[in-house]
Ligand binder design. Structure first.
Ligand SMILES: [Ca+2]
Ligand SMILES: [Ca+2]
Length: 187
């Protein structure tokens, strides 16, 4: 432990020990994730988007391409189009975090596709559709729209509403369906 990891991200932990502490990984978990990373990156020290998608291909029988594109965007902290091992572990740590605020920050970044600081209904439809495709190739955009409509109705916001990060975090703490979508549990 304690060895430095690849290129530094914007913020985040400096080394494996910090990562373990920050995201509550135990040594076995971090070893397993590094093994998965290494298996897919070959001789390089990073994953391309396609290689990143292959990690998800091991688990899902649908088409993980569209969903992993969005996840890749949130993992690639320095926006160089590649995910190094530190970014990979940080992304895994955030997306599986038991700390609700860390998880909400990550979820907001997934939904805010264009990164303008707001989530629109169209962005939620896109993410929901991408997730449905990952589970089942035959899913349709219409199904994603119906799901999103019912979600908006349940949350009690109208179609043109721009959801701020603050609002997303406060509403999602009480109404977890938006997080459940990202965990494949709500669809
Ligand atoms: Ca990167
Ligand atoms: Ca947005």
């Amino acid at each position: 432990m304690g060895n430095k990891l690849g290129a530094q991200g914007r913020d985040g932990p400096e080394n494996l020990e910090d990562l373990c502490k920050k995201y509550h990984f135990d040594k076995k978990e971090i070893k397993e994730w590094i093994a998965i990373f290494s298996k897919h990156c070959g001789d390089k020290k990073f994953l391309t988007q396609q290689e990143f998608c292959e990690v998800y291909n091991m688990t899902f029988c649908g088409d993980p391409g569209p969903f992993t594109k969005h996840v890749f965007r949130t993992f690639d902290l320095n926006k160089n189009g590649l995910v190094d091992v530190k970014e990979f572990l940080t992304g895994i740590g955030c997306s599986t975090s038991e700390d609700i605020n860390t998880k909400l920050e990550w979820a907001f970044a997934v939904y805010d596709i264009n990164g303008d600081g707001f989530i629109t209904k169209a962005e939620i439809v896109d993410i929901t559709y991408a997730m449905q495709k990952m589970i089942n190739r035959e899913s349709t955009l219409q199904e994603a729209r119906i799901f999103t409509n019912s979600l908006f109705h349940e949350i009690g916001i109208d179609d043109r509403h721009l959801i701020t990060k603050e609002e997303f975090c406060s509403r999602t703490k009480n109404y977890k369906k938006l997080l459940d979508v990202l965990d494949c549990e709500a669809l």
